[in-house]
Design a protein around this ligand. Structure first.
Ligand code: NAI
Length: 334
């Protein structure tokens, strides 16, 4: 057995964490022989709920869990971390302006970024889930200047999985038979789900999704809006936002960082742009196709981009640029 790794989940009393903590604890994320010290952070008013989650984790009797620590103090939560999964954020309340929501989240992620800088290992991998996920991730990265910015990523894997599944459902195959879909941009309704480079396995043969479906109008219309609006559709139906599927996507995202992506496959994640890839401006936390090896991601290079895609990729970049500018204003005044 190797040394235990220290993994933090914030928003640990919330609904995503309720599914996620079990996956982490049972070895589905870091492997069945990786012991874990699990750290749970939530805000002070949630401590009694968090204590209930702690009791349940203890009652699961999971052999890989060497310790579980529940706290409302950043100093305790961020100490010596190998992995930080930042799920907790300020939710949008009725009547709340987008700007006010952004301001509240800049405050949270500035503070947590500074705590990462001060207390975590420099090798820590940081995954941001709490919305607005891309900009929260950028805020945290900017607030932790001594941690490599490549160690920060935000979750667009749920959108990626949704896109895979919509294609699979339409073709009557399983999600596993579909690969290399891409989510470009923001984890918001401007994201662009792109299947121009995606492949599907049909009767043992790999074919392009456009070729397999022969339904360009669906792919360029309803498919895109279904993926973009899926989060809202789940809220409408369940009266709660996606939690089981979000936890599954977080597990997929972290497992790929830890173990790498399979040969010939790429995945989508929000990472820092370098100004040289796909015409996206420098220093945006934008969702790209990436491959991962030795816990390090690389852009998938050289995919041809048609005019239809270009327009959609630029639109979501524009939204992210605006979000970034507003966040940086708050960051300097916070
Ligand atoms: P939830 O409301 O059930 O739980 C959030 C938890 O975070 C609460 O327990 C709250 O007290 C806590 N929290 C708030 N501020 C905190 C802070 N400063 N430090 C630590 N904990 C804090 O929400 P749920 O459903 O678990 O969702 C969490 C976040 O994930 C939301 O922002 C949601 O919009 C986002 N989300 C993102 C997705 C993505 O694909 N990027 C997918 C689904 C949800």
């Amino acid at each position: 057995m190797s040394e235990p790794i220290r993994v933090l989940v914030t928003g640990a009393a919330g609904q995503i964490a309720y599914s996620l903590l079990y996956s982490i604890g049972n070895g589905s994320v870091f492997g069945k022989d990786q012991p874990i010290i699990l750290v749970l952070l939530d805000i002070t008013p949630m401590m009694s709920v968090l204590n209930g989650v702690l009791m349940e984790l203890q009652d699961c009797a999971l052999p890989l869990l060497k310790d579980v620590i529940a706290t409302d103090e950043e100093e305790v939560a961020f100490k010596d971390l190998d992995v930080a999964v930042l799920v907790g954020s300020m939710p949008r309340r009725e009547g709340m302006e987008r700007k006010d929501l952004l301001r509240a989240n800049v405050k949270i992620f500035k503070s947590q970024g500074a705590a990462l800088e001060k207390y975590a290992k420099k090798s820590v991998k940081v995954i941001v889930v709490g919305n607005p996920a891309n900009t929260n991730c950028l805020t945290a990265a900017k607030s932790a200047p001594s941690i490599p910015k490549e160690n920060f990523s935000c979750l667009t894997r749920l959108d990626h999985n949704r896109a895979k599944s919509q294609i699979a459902l339409k073709l009557g195959v399983t999600a596993d038979d579909v690969k290399n879909v891409i989510i470009w941009g923001n984890h918001s309704s401007t994201q662009y789900p792109d299947v121009n480079h995606a492949k599907v396995k049909l009767q043992g043969k790999e074919v392009g999704v456009y070729e397999a479906l022969k339904n360009d109008s669906w792919l360029k219309g309803e498919f895109i809006t279904t993926v973009q609006q899926r989060g809202a559709a789940v809220i409408k139906a369940r009266k709660l936002s996606s939690a089981m599927s979000a936890a599954k996507a977080i597990s997929d995202h972290i497992r790929d960082i830890w173990f790498g992506t399979p040969e010939g496959e790429f995945v989508s994640m929000g990472v820092i742009s370098d100004g040289n890839s796909y015409g996206i401006p420098d220093d945006l936390l934008y969702s790209f196709p990436v491959v991962i090896k030795n816990k390090t991601w690389k852009f998938v290079e050289g995919l041809p981009i048609n005019d239809f895609s270009r327009e959609k990729m630029d639109l979501t970049a524009k939204e992210l640029t605006e979000e970034k500018e507003a966040a940086f204003e708050f960051l300097s005044s916070a």
